[in-house]
Design a binder for this molecule. Structure first.
Ligand code: SAM
Ligand code: SF4
Length: 326
């Protein structure tokens, strides 16, 4: 098992399968984003070696992310290979949903259990403005396809950006009245790439709750008030689904963090919002044995930072969000 200095058992790995993406969300990357050449990214066989290493250290929960994980070549075969690694108990994916219309059923058949789909507004024009290249219709089809394929319960992620979609919060929350979905509102976080917007246009959880309650009535705490992963959950009276808030900026949840991340270029990142990383790809390609890699992971986890420093104005600027994987 992998523990850090603060006694947290780190057993949840988020793996960025690629930094590439078929959208250009304003809160994530610039429109003229340049990506890493594929040769610099972890190859399929390297990923499987690292998966085996992680499960041998007690990691049992995995989330595939990016960039956009569905644009990775042979994604269905890769998911099948990854879920077949002994010790993998949960395998989920965070996706923008663009390709789910055709990929949801094959991904489910390959062993994927659930998906989180990003959807920041139900207005087609504002969707285009936020994602720059996206089509709301296509993502909506993807959400329905995911549900039909049994990648359930569907979770929807909405990043709220002042001046873009703060007025859409109640309409997104309203989805939970008729659908058994979890709609989670995310406070925007700062990274490299779109830092100015990310720092100045944050909409705090408190305001999101006020906007929802003004339109839809009181939010009742759900899940016995406990965190579901990083989300605080509520329910609208009579609703089938849940409304969640992921509020790293104003209500951090670092104390209960169980996560590490693997970047697409093979670095173990110990905190989303801290620059500290451990290179695994270079030693792997240099022929390091499992014992050496194991030590690198255990040492890295041991030195996992306690939490982020957003409250003190500290921003990790060595990477953008799409390179780390949210
Ligand atoms: N492309 C996939 C997607 O959009 O769902 C997966 C990768 S994306 C980086 C993972 C999650 O991070 C998405 O839910 C996205 O909305 C969120 N995200 C991106 N930039 C963010 C930021 N600056 N602050 C908070 N969340 C962000
Ligand atoms: Fe792509 Fe996801 Fe970033 Fe949007 S949030 S640009 S879909 S990686």
């Amino acid at each position: 098992m992998a523990f850090d200095r603060f006694g947290r058992n780190i057993h949840y790995m988020r793996i960025s399968l690629t930094d590439h993406c078929n959208l250009r969300c304003v809160y994530c990357m610039p429109e003229d984003m340049t990506f890493r050449p594929s040769a610099e990214l972890l190859q399929d066989d390297e990923l499987i070696v690292l998966m085996r290493l992680f499960t041998s250290l007690g990691f049992d929960k995995f989330r595939l992310t990016g960039g956009e994980p569905t644009v990775r070549a042979h994604i269905v075969d890769l998911v099948q290979e990854m879920t077949a690694v002994p010790g993998v108990r949960f395998m989920t994916m965070t996706t923008n949903g663009v390709l789910l219309g055709k990929l949801a059923a094959p991904l489910k058949a390959a062993g994927l259990q659930r998906v989180n789909i990003s959807l920041d507004t139900l207005d087609p024009d504002r969707f285009k403005r936020l994602t720059r290249w996206g089509s709301l219709e296509q993502v909506w089809e993807g959400i329905l396809a995911a549900e039909q394929a049994g990648l359930a319960p569907v979770k929807i992620n909405a990043v709220v950006v002042r001046g873009y979609n703060e007025r859409d919060v109640p309409d997104l929350a309203r989805l939970t009245l008729e659908h058994p979905w979890q709609v989670r509102f995310i406070e925007m976080m700062p990274f490299a790439g779109a830092t100015e917007l990310q720092k100045t246009q944050v909409v705090p959880q408190k305001e999101m709750i006020e906007r929802i309650q003004a339109d839809l009535g009181p939010l009742e705490p759900a899940n016995d008030g406990k965190l579901d992963g990083e989300a605080r959950l509520f329910r609208l009276p009579g609703g089938l689904g849940e409304v969640g808030f992921i509020s790293s900026v104003t209500v951090p949840f670092c104390a209960s963090c169980t996560r590490a991340r693997l970047t697409a270029d093979g670095k173990l990142r110990l905190c989303l919002l801290r620059e500290k990383e451990v290179d695994l790809l270079t030693p792997l390609r240099a022929g390091a044995g499992l014992g050496e890699l194991r030590k690198l992971v255990l040492d890295g986890v041991w030195h996992k930072p306690w939490g982020h420093g957003l409250a003190d104005g500290q921003v990790a600027l060595n990477r953008g969000m799409s390179e780390i994987g949210g």
